[in-house]
Ligand binder design. Structure first.
Ligand code: PAF
Length: 280
């Protein structure tokens, strides 16, 4: 496995050795867990060569404390990547990604960025799109892999790629879960064992919504979740929403011809956790 810290030698290597053909790319912020590794395994199946980037992107954090606390575990990450036979790791520094000002560009996501994560983390998706676009320019992948845990991010990246006509296929991969059902996240490491177990209530609630969708009204489902979370002292619900899976508009009714997903963001021990489920 080769490790590159600069874009220029990586580009030379990719074009000389691989002619930028059949190249899989998995962007990450490190602190790799089995969810990331599942993306890399899928990328290995689909491509001749797989590049993984590790870069904690400052412009997508709207909270300095969250950025400071984001786990940085480079040595362990490199070992984990060797374990899944990753071919190339790209670990750029900030100047490489932001040669001028450390700032994000403004994108038009047609409202996709206004709800859920976008509402509670202003500027987050401009930061994500800026860094992903920059990585696409450097790596020029054929296929790029994103997990459905960050479902809103996935839609936003697809929109950016289609609007800017970036020649890359965006491949979405299912949410990878701990054995309890808790969605895998680098943030789970910050939870105590006791609360990591309790945090599974997020997934259990999403499953219950899915099971009840045909028997209850949307108002009843919202009421059920809000009153349930109010009674749980260890968890602060930030949002619960049932939304159109393509536009992310809040569902007013359930139309059999459309796809919907339920989304939750909640804090446990001060750690922000998100999860979602397809409802049909
Ligand atoms: O999903 C993430 O880990 C990040 O948002 C990404 C896509 C690596 C961009 O920094």
């Amino acid at each position: 496995m080769k490790v590159f810290r600069e874009g220029a030698p990586l580009q030379v290597f990719l074009s000389k050795k691989h002619n930028n053909q059949n190249l899989g790319f998995v962007p990450t912020m490190g602190a790799l867990h089995k969810g990331h590794l599942s993306l890399i395994k899928q990328a290995k199946k689909d491509n001749k060569v797989v590049v993984v980037s590790i870069f904690v992107n400052p412009t997508q954090f709207n909270n300095q404390d969250d950025l400071d606390k984001y786990p940085r575990t480079l040595n362990a990450d490199i070992e984990a990547l060797k374990g899944v036979h990753c071919d190339i790791v790209f670990v750029p520094n900030v100047n490489e990604i932001y040669p001028g000002e450390e700032a994000s560009n403004d994108f038009n996501f047609s409202g996709l960025e206004k709800v859920m994560e976008g509402k509670y983390r202003p500027g987050h998706f401009n930061g994500v799109a800026t860094v992903v676009k920059r990585f696409f320019e450097i790596v020029k992948p054929t296929n790029a892999y994103f997990g459905e845990k960050d479902y809103q991010q996935l839609l936003i990246i697809k929109k950016m790629v289609s609007d800017l006509k970036i020649p890359v296929n965006i491949i979405s991969c299912p949410i990878f879960r701990e054995s309890s059902g808790l969605a895998m996240s680098s943030r789970n490491e910050r939870l105590s064992d006791q609360y990591r177990k309790k945090a599974v209530v997020i997934y259990k609630s999403l499953q219950k919504i899915k099971a009840d969708l045909n028997n209850k009204s949307l108002d009843e489902l919202y009421e059920e979740i809000h009153s349930k979370f109010k009674k749980l002292p260890f968890i602060d619900l930030e949002y619960f929403i049932i939304a159109d899976a393509d536009t992310l508009d809040k569902a007013e009714t359930i139309d059999a011809n459309k796809r919907y997903r339920a989304f939750i963001a909640a804090y446990v021990e001060g750690v922000r956790l998100i999860d979602n489920i397809a409802l049909q």
